[in-house]
Design a protein around this ligand. Sequence first.
Ligand SMILES: *[C@@H]1O[C@H](CO)[C@@H](O)[C@H](O)[C@H]1NC(C)=O
Ligand SMILES: *[C@@H]1O[C@H](CO)[C@@H](O)[C@H](O)[C@H]1NC(C)=O
Ligand SMILES: *[C@@H]1O[C@H](CO)[C@@H](O)[C@H](O)[C@H]1NC(C)=O
Ligand SMILES: *[C@@H]1O[C@H](CO)[C@@H](O)[C@H](O)[C@H]1NC(C)=O
Ligand SMILES: *[C@@H]1O[C@H](CO)[C@@H](O)[C@H](O)[C@H]1NC(C)=O
Ligand SMILES: *[C@@H]1O[C@H](CO)[C@@H](O)[C@H](O)[C@H]1NC(C)=O
Ligand SMILES: *[C@@H]1O[C@H](CO)[C@@H](O)[C@H](O)[C@H]1NC(C)=O
Length: 517
Amino acid sequence: MATQLEAACIPATFSNLTLFGAEILTLEATLVTNHSASVPSAVRFTQPSIEVQNATFCNITVSYTHPGQGDNIIVETWLPVDAWNGRFQAVGGGGWVAGRYDPSYSAMSGAVGDGYATITTDAGLGGAEDAGPWALVSPGNVNLYNLQNLASVSLEDEAILGKLLIKSYYGRGPDFSYWNGCSQGGRQGLMLAQRYPTAYDGIAAVAPGIQWTDFFPSMYWPQQFMNMLGEYPHACELEAITNAAVSFCDDLDGIVDGVIGEVDACLDGFDPFELVGSTIQCSQENRTLEVSSTAAAVVNATWRGMRNAQGVQTWPGLNPGTDLTAAVAITNCTTETCVGVPLPIAVEWLSLFVSRGPEVDLGGLTHAEFDRLAHQSGQKYRSIIGTDDPDLSAFRKAGGKLVTAHGLIDQLLPPKGTAMYYNKVSALSPDVRDFYRHFEVPGMGHCAGGPSGEPTSLFNQLRAWVENGTALEQTPVKVQDTEGVVHDRILCPYPQKTVLKRGCKSPGKGHCWSCSS
Ligand SMILES: *[C@@H]1O[C@H](CO)[C@@H](O)[C@H](O)[C@H]1NC(C)=O
Ligand SMILES: *[C@@H]1O[C@H](CO)[C@@H](O)[C@H](O)[C@H]1NC(C)=O
Ligand SMILES: *[C@@H]1O[C@H](CO)[C@@H](O)[C@H](O)[C@H]1NC(C)=O
Ligand SMILES: *[C@@H]1O[C@H](CO)[C@@H](O)[C@H](O)[C@H]1NC(C)=O
Ligand SMILES: *[C@@H]1O[C@H](CO)[C@@H](O)[C@H](O)[C@H]1NC(C)=O
Ligand SMILES: *[C@@H]1O[C@H](CO)[C@@H](O)[C@H](O)[C@H]1NC(C)=O
Ligand SMILES: *[C@@H]1O[C@H](CO)[C@@H](O)[C@H](O)[C@H]1NC(C)=O
């Protein structure tokens, strides 16, 4: 069989490939042998790390265009020659990248190592980390075809092409098809569930970049807030307040481990302004300084979420315990006065797409102007890339199963957005638990990072749910405390909470924890 498959890895095997609405431009098929990779869980999100050695697969790379749209999309499919497990696992992209970049390739190595046929698409955008190269057709004019390819169209194409290639190669289609991604990759997964409900049987989406048109303005909000104050705190001040919040709130969940389990109780109980005036050692500055009221106000504004000029919350904030200096509230204090350093991805969304000109001076926006920009984000693009449609009835009807997870110290995307989405799906579908479960991950950052490891059993649990009907009631995770000791924990499906069993003597073990109803 293997020799036969090796021989079949030639373009002629796939010569009947067609895709409605598209014209296939090129197809390459090359046998890749002795493929090895060390794949960390940080690029697999819901699967453990894996050492891949000596894998053999057929690499089929297809380029196609949607005639008249001037696009050129590349889809790369890897079909294992040895021990195909009969399944298909598509992997997502990250940031502005749809896929076909190093982290996707790494995830594909892992998938092949586990026996999956796997696939990635570049959505026609190339591999650039920023949107600059493809956002505009000409100054002031957004390339809507490119945006639409990223948002949705390339995803359906990819699923169809992947299944056709699998059928041509092995003589039968996949028994089960899965999606696995985080961030942009998570958003892609949710878009598939929303718009292409039969594309995948199971979708694992971590920190999904859904509600795209809302979270991007919210990602910029701390910078807008600082601009309006005209003051920018030192990173060490924000860190000091975050550390104080962790100390204050750590035991609210019954155990002191450096992780805030009860983020809402922490928000209610801890006052960031309490630290104002206290002296801290500032590592970046190599001197002591006093925590300013500006620093407390920035932390407060970031935790409490984006507000409009009338003071009404327009998007939830990041949770206490989140590293605000990693992304949303970066400042640069190299010179005498500190300045804000907005995130390039957020600036690109607001300048290239929403206000449609790279020369917009975001730094000078009044609150009312910022509100208008945030509103336009949704007006112009929600239907294209909002990815916030809570109607998953077609996905449910097709028998699909969806699992999402979101780190509670995600430094980019407010985890409450994903919980809000789950609540909306739940409001429409009282039987939501039959096809969708969401897991909040205390102590995990965006996709990975932080004291908590990734929920690396989720993918196999999703498989068991899809293939055997065994719904996942909880999932294990490992948490490293401030002393470096690793503890076993469980995560419970939202809105359940993980609670320490009364009187349990070994809170470092998973069995000491259970799910509240
Ligand atoms: C296979 O890959 C391993 C590790 O990269 C390398 O050491 C070995 O020489 C390769 N073998 C062949 C036959 O290419
Ligand atoms: C590597 O894989 C090839 C193809 O399956 C096989 O022939 C070869 O024996 C393997 N080599 C090692 C060192 O496992
Ligand atoms: C698969 O083929 C494409 C097109 O030739 C190439 O760019 C890519 O690097 C190949 N991937 C591997 C793993 O060989
Ligand atoms: C930090 O300050 C101390 C005391 O003023 C000085 O000895 C040390 O060299 C400084 N370190 C750096 C990295 O500037
Ligand atoms: C913290 O933020 C909330 C929400 O914007 C605001 O109502 C409150 O006044 C702020 N607290 C302080 C002390 O500024
Ligand atoms: C901080 O500002 C200095 C001086 O303007 C500049 O040279 C440096 O590149 C900036 N660093 C960052 C990380 O933005
Ligand atoms: C489904 O159940 C069968 C029989 O118990 C088992 O062998 C198989 O591994 C299960 N599949 C998954 C994906 O859990």
